[in-house]
Design a binder for this molecule. Structure first.
Ligand code: NOJ
Length: 775
């Protein structure tokens, strides 16, 4: 029997209320909606009823997630949908297109099951916010919420129902280009952000009309690809997995993420896409995940290349049995599953399990109640998708200012005076595409305020600009970056000889009081499949910095990059260094706010900066060692590198300010903690400088002796505070048993009795300590 969609007004209203859609636009499509045999308010009965009426082909069709784009013209897509051969699409945020496709589903397909539309909304939608690393540098959950809410409102207004985000892969290897997309190296900080983003995107299920469903990715451990080389294999001990890499995915799921995107890599010899331990034992049974699992792009077919499936048929069989509900950007399920069911190799129950999750997600997105809930009506379609009036510039500027990290500031070079003559040089000084950062899918570079524009806005004629250098002089690299071809061309080369460009920059510097040098990476250098063997600035940019230094003028480096760079040389040359990551469309204004002191920077690094690429992996929460290196002591027979100083150049949690803060000794409410009880740890933080400013007070804990090797310290809490000059505040942290727990050798989460060291400071290294005992 067909579902004929016809809603009575009261039914429609009660469904709208159910889905939190009371304020949704009225369902004005001529499209017929369902008169289900069972009440739509009972999700599982409703879906079971639907499943019972579907043919095998229709079920398999629901498992196909296809990209709108060159893969298939829209008219053909509509026909495929009408034939019941597609369940959802991604890559289109065009309301008329999506409406046409939804019409095909709700009017022309036999079952009239609505489509869903997904999109990569990673760090903003039309309004591009700072990249993940930048958002994480704010250590400010209001900033993260502002990004997620703004993005969800904009994406849903563009007919997106689901986003493939948050991307919460822990990364300890900055060679990996996708480090830029994530939130850094720390399980606690990334988990806090993961929860916040999920709540901001979707809120509770079923989601409302101004929300998008969050599909957390890439499950799992994608950030640990060997050597930082994208798509490489992952080999990891269970303890490290549970302790360090899995918590952020879990946090997103516990916050209610409706979807999971499965990683492209293998884990300990089994690709995630065919890993039943990962997808069933861990995700579904242990964690209780009830949503939809989508493959990554082409990942099911790639099982043949991983060498665990001899052909696509076997790949489809493995994936469906593993619990991959939707196959992304291929037709492998469509082609293979019907035959596999007929031959008895795949059971109808296995198909039904997957279809149930897809329909469940559609239900949770409110699409059965109103398939056009985010598509709206044609009369309301925006005439210009990219109109500036659709952007949230103040929110983007605020987030960008808060994402900037001050790494160096010798002789109080910063903030600059607005009456100073400023020379601005460097290949990233006027780079609107790069301001957006990687994965800014709906971002428009024409909306970017570059640093040059931001400085002109701030000081007008006091700015002198010269490009000074190309991003790189290596044409092979330029060719690689332009192959990506999102915005053509990604990287534009100035045709002049390097020496001529530098000469022009030197001339500009000589006329100025201070030189701001905008250097780093183009966004394509910190992107999917853009792994690097070196973390150095390209030679062309190094030469520019050296030439600027030779002028004797104070040098301010403004870094734009998507991963920690190796900055030993630059640290010596520059008077001030500002890590700005990729700041988004308001970046130029936001960086100007910081340079001229209209905003006092408070960002803290969410990832360690190595001295050189050879130190990788380097991360602050390293396991304890039998022969640790002790700074200031001879290194022989300790764990170290002998040819350069040890430890990070800039540690996790680091970032300075235009003012100074003093942290008192730690006070504990008790030297012992009974089981189930709490200890309060506090410090007094005082602003001892001349300006008001924010800082992030960080709580770390070390387990002094445990049944397994534990990290030297682990972040357990943090607080961002604002202090006026001379002001002091007591910052209190509650330490309970939860904060002392870890996964032991049997992978049980336990807090073992014994001594713990509480460490509090403004970065992960400069901390004050005090011990207490858990009884
Ligand atoms: C491949 C990427 O790995 C993933 O992060 C993204 O969501 C999909 N493509 C869809 O664009």
């Amino acid at each position: 029997m067909k579902l004929s969609f016809k809603l009575s007004p009261s039914f429609s209203l009660s469904m709208a209320l159910l889905a939190g859609l009371a304020s949704a636009p009225a369902f004005t499509q001529t499209a017929p909606a369902a008169v289900p045999a069972v009440s739509m308010s009972d999700k599982s009965a409703f879906i079971a009823d639907l499943l019972g009426k579907m043919t095998l082909d229709e079920k398999v069709g629901q498992l196909r997630l296809i990209s709108i784009g060159p893969e298939m013209p829209i008219a053909q897509l509509a026909d495929e949908i009408a034939a019941g051969r597609i369940g959802g699409t991604f890559n289109s945020v065009n309301r008329p297109h999506n409406r046409q496709l939804q019409d095909a589903a709700t009017q022309r397909s036999r079952m009239k099951i609505p489509m869903f539309f997904a999109f990569d909304v990673i760090h903003g939608h039309r309004t591009t916010f700072p990249i993940g690393l930048g958002l994480a540098s704010s250590w400010d959950m209001d900033v993260v919420t502002s990004m997620a809410r703004t993005a969800a409102k904009e994406a849903s207004a563009d007919a997106a129902d689901m986003t493939f985000a948050p991307m919460v892969d822990i990364s300890r290897d900055p060679r990996w280009g996708r480090t830029s997309e994530g939130f850094g190296e720390d399980p606690y900080l990334v988990s806090e952000i993961a929860k916040t983003v999920v709540r901001g995107f979707q809120g509770k299920l079923p989601i409302g009309p101004n929300n998008v469903m969050a599909a957390v990715k890439h499950f799992a451990l994608y950030g640990a690809v060997e050597g930082g080389r994208d798509y490489n294999t992952v080999d990891m001990s269970p303890m490290r997995m549970y302790q360090d890499y899995l918590p952020p995915y879990r946090a997103a799921i516990d916050a209610g993420a409706g979807g999971v995107m499965v990683a492209l890599n293998s884990i300990n010899g089994v690709p995630a896409t065919s890993n039943t331990w990962l997808m069933q034992d861990l995700l579904r049974k242990d964690w209780g995940f009830k949503g939809v699992a989508v493959s990554d792009h082409g990942a099911i077919v790639e099982l043949t290349r991983h060498g665990v499936a001899k052909d696509e048929r076997e790949a489809a069989k493995l994936a469906i049995k593993t619990g991959i509900d939707m196959s992304m950007a291929d037709s492998v399920y469509l082609k293979e599953l019907p035959g596999l069911v007929k031959s008895g190799e795949v059971s109808m129950t296995e198909i039904d399990n997957a279809v149930r999750e897809v329909l469940g997600a559609k239900y949770d997105m409110g699409l059965f109640q109103n398939p056009y809930v985010r598509i709206g009506v044609a009369a309301d379609d925006p005439p210009d998708l990219k109109a500036d009036s659709r952007l949230s510039r103040p929110a983007a500027r605020d987030a960008a200012r808060k994402s900037v990290v001050l790494l160096e500031n010798r002789n109080n070079t910063l903030p600059l005076s607005k009456t100073a003559k400023v020379a601005l040089v460097g290949p990233l000084a006027d780079a609107p595409i790069d301001m957006l950062g990687s994965w800014s899918a709906a971002g428009d570079y024409k909306a970017s305020v570059t640093l040059r524009t931001g400085l002109v806005n701030a000081i007008g004629k006091n700015l002198i600009y010269a490009r000074g250098a190309n991003l790189t002089n290596d044409e092979e690299i330029v060719k690689y970056l332009n192959y990506l071809n999102w915005d053509s061309p990604e990287v534009t080369q100035d045709k002049r000889a390097p020496a001529a460009m530098i000469a022009e920059a030197v001339k500009a510097a000589r006329r100025a009081d201070v030189v701001v040098v905008a250097v780093g990476e183009s966004r394509g250098m910190s992107h999917e499949s853009s792994s690097r063997t070196s973390l150095d600035l390209p030679q062309s940019q190094r030469a520019l910095i050296t030439a600027m230094k030779a002028t004797g003028k104070p040098i301010v480096l403004v870094l734009m990059n998507g991963r920690p760079l190796a900055l030993q040389r630059e640290q010596k040359e520059a008077d001030a260094i500002l890590e700005t990551w990729y700041t988004g469309i308001e970046g130029g204004n936001a960086i100007a706010d910081v340079l001229f002191g209209d905003y006092n920077p408070a960002g803290k690094l969410p990832i360690s900066f190595p001295r050189s690429v050879g130190q990788i992996p380097i991360y602050y929460n390293h396991p304890r060692l039998g022969r640790p290196f002790t700074p200031g002591k001879p290194g022989n027979y300790t764990s170290q590198y002998f040819e350069e100083p040890n430890g990070a150049l800039y540690p996790f949690g680091y970032g300075i300010s235009y003012t100074d803060f003093n942290v008192s000794d730690v006070t504990l409410s008790s030297a012992t903690m009974a089981r189930g009880a709490k200890v309060e740890a506090s410090v007094t933080v005082k602003n001892t400088g001349q300006r008001g400013g924010e800082t992030v007070v960080q709580l770390y804990i070390r387990d002094v002796a445990a049944s397994v090797v534990r990290p030297v310290k682990e972040l357990k809490d943090f607080r961002k505070i604002m202090l006026k000059p001379g002001e002091e505040k007591v910052v209190r942290f509650t330490v309970d048993e939860e904060k002392l727990k870890f996964f032991n050798a049997q992978l049980q989460r336990v807090a073992e009795p014994g001594t713990f060291t509480v460490q509090i400071g403004l970065d992960s290294e400069a901390v004050k300590e005090k011990n207490f005992d858990l009884q």
